[in-house]
Design a protein around this ligand. Structure first.
Ligand SMILES: CC(C)(COP(=O)(O)OP(=O)(O)OC[C@H]1O[C@@H](n2cnc3c(N)ncnc32)[C@H](O)[C@@H]1OP(=O)(O)O)[C@@H](O)C(=O)NCCC(=O)NCCS
Length: 162
């Protein structure tokens, strides 16, 4: 019998004990460079706690913890940006390259059914763009914005899921 429990990606509600892991995951320099539009200081625990207290008490935001074989691999969220529903996600570096973001987003899109749904990614964040496109998002244009993690203006791709 195949072990059906192996390499399983599941989503569940965020619980407070997840936050230490999310905080550690958000500090990785390569991940910050990729994501580019990140928190001002990924090492600032007070700012992180204020942010998470706010988003976990906001009924319009949906946050889920991504589990990979029961381990906390990252998080995914739907929030409002410029009056539009948008999604974002972050996978801890040790979990990259296993299809986790793609599976997590596909599962999340069954929970978050509002359409159109929007996303944005640095134009050179090829991994994130691939994840989004594999899940049906299409690039609708480009914009420029100040990327805190790179301390410069960069191009960002704007995507939509109809
Ligand atoms: C981008 C990120 C979410 C990808 O997560 P992941 O779980 O490794 O992605 P997957 O394994 O599902 O990969 C999906 C596809 O993207 C490709 N991919 C992943 N990372 C890549 C990279 N750095 N460069 C090029 N392609 C990449 C994979 O090869 C795969 O393509 P395939 O199906 O054609 O083989 C992850 O690296 C991450 O969280 N980075 C930091 C935070 C971030 O950038 N968040 C998104 C902000 S918009």
């Amino acid at each position: 019998m195949p072990d059906l429990s192996s390499n399983t990606v599941t989503l569940r509600d965020v619980i407070p004990s997840d936050l230490d892991i999310f905080f550690a995951q958000q500090q990785d320099p390569e991940a910050n460079h990729m994501a580019a539009f990140t928190s001002r200081d990924p090492f600032d625990r007070d700012a992180f706690d204020i942010h998470w207290t706010k988003i976990m008490s906001d009924d319009t935001i949906i946050n889920k913890t991504i589990l990979y074989n029961g381990q906390i691999a990252g998080n995914i969220a739907k929030f409002t940006m410029f009056n539009q529903p948008e999604i974002g996600y972050w996978i801890g570096k040790e979990f990259w390259g296993k299809g986790i973001a793609t599976q997590a987003l596909a599962a999340f899109l069954k929970i978050v059914t509002i359409r159109p749904l929007y996303a944005a990614a640095a134009k050179d964040n090829l991994g994130s763009l691939r994840v989004l496109q594999k899940c049906g998002f299409v690039i609708t244009g480009y914009d420029t914005g100040f990327a805190g993690a790179r301390q410069q203006e960069i191009e960002e791709a704007l995507l939509e899921l109809k």
